[in-house]
Write a protein that binds this ligand. Structure first.
Ligand code: SF4
Length: 334
């Protein structure tokens, strides 16, 4: 998805009242529910019927009575909605919105890896294509990854993919030696590094630190906490959904946030009295930001881009996704 495509977002439409009125009226006429991921542009988050992380949105998509799901997020998320709701029409406003993490392993690569480890249990983070999910035993989110791996008999090898930072986090917490980790990464999360985090923490000594475990800085943050450079009780490793819950609970007046910057919009709405600051304000996912006001309007006007998943692949992927939904608590994904 993300190779040599022109990734220039569709522009030319202002998110004004006329835009909001047309989007909502077209959605009503088409019996469409608008879902927006936490990393979407603020105007997309604000017009959506539901905003959340990928797991929460997957659950809503599966339970919704709407005939059409408009998934404002990246392609694997819309695919997951289609896997769970094969009879609904699922649209993503711009099908070029891929994910560098999902693209870091193909189904062929996974089949070859499985052949090297016969009998291993495959655990895939939800940021994977439908074809990779079809080769997976159980999908996980960042909040249930530890529980999922811990539930697998200790003598079984585990193949964990595709995110190496989430894999390192799970391996550290479970202490499991027979966990093999695919060396994939998200360019956005990997760009949030330890030295930057340490500097930001030193500049804001009273701030809480909210860290998403896919960030390359999660290991550094725990290390820094252990060294006393960052007070251990200030560091919170959280899924994006749990960040919103924690934002409402914290007593801190300043919170440093290490994840994609779209998350700041939800946090500021949840706790307007807190000063939320990005650890790296360049941590913006270009794929997420391809869902523009213009793309959303085009989607509703022209019925594009419709998401299709091969029926055989969907059938094989569905079990792994359903296990993830059963184990994961709402608010537990990216
Ligand atoms: S932030 Fe990274 S993992 Fe998330 S959708 Fe963008 S590229 Fe994928």
């Amino acid at each position: 998805m993300t190779g040599t495509l022109d990734l220039t977002p569709l522009t030319g439409v202002e998110p004004d009242q006329a835009w909001r009125d047309e989007v909502l009226e077209l959605a009503r006429q088409q019996d469409a529910v608008l879902l927006a991921h936490n990393y979407q542009l603020p105007e997309i988050q604000d017009i959506a019927d539901h905003t959340g992380d990928s797991l929460a949105l997957s659950r809503i998509a599966a339970e919704s009575d709407a005939a059409t799901i408009i998934f404002c997020g990246v392609h694997f998320m819309a695919e997951t909605a289609k896997i769970l709701s094969p009879d609904k029409r699922v649209l993503i406003p711009d099908a070029r919105a891929g994910c560098s993490l999902a693209d870091s392993i193909t189904a062929d690569e996974l089949r070859a890896w499985k052949a090297e480890h016969p009998g291993a249990v495959v655990v895939s983070y939800v940021n994977t294509t439908a074809a990779v999910k079809a080769e997976t035993d159980i999908c996980c989110t960042s909040s249930n990854a530890v529980d999922v791996v811990a539930s697998i008999p200790a003598d079984k090898e585990v193949l964990f993919l595709p995110d190496q930072f989430l894999g390192a986090h799970v391996k550290r917490v479970t202490g499991r030696a027979n966990l093999h980790i695919w060396a994939g990464e998200c360019h956005v999360h990997a760009g949030i590094n330890g030295p930057e985090l340490a500097q930001r923490a030193a500049d804001n000594p009273d701030a809480d630190l909210f860290i998403h475990p896919e960030c390359g800085c999660a290991t550094s943050a725990l290390y820094l906490a252990g060294e006393g450079a960052v007070p251990a009780d200030k560091v919170k490793i959280l899924s994006t959904g749990d960040m919103v819950t924690q934002a409402r609970a914290t007593k801190a007046s300043t919170v440093l946030v290490a994840t994609e910057i779209g998350m700041l919009h939800q946090l500021r709405k949840a706790a307007p009295g807190i000063d939320f600051r990005a650890v790296n304000d360049r941590a913006s996912c270009r794929y997420m930001k391809m869902i523009t006001p213009a793309a959303l309007l085009r989607s509703l006007r022209e019925g594009r881009d419709e998401v299709h998943v091969d029926a055989d692949i969907a059938a094989r992927a569905r079990g792994a996704v359903q296990r993830m939904i059963e184990i994961g608590k709402p608010g537990g994904g990216e």
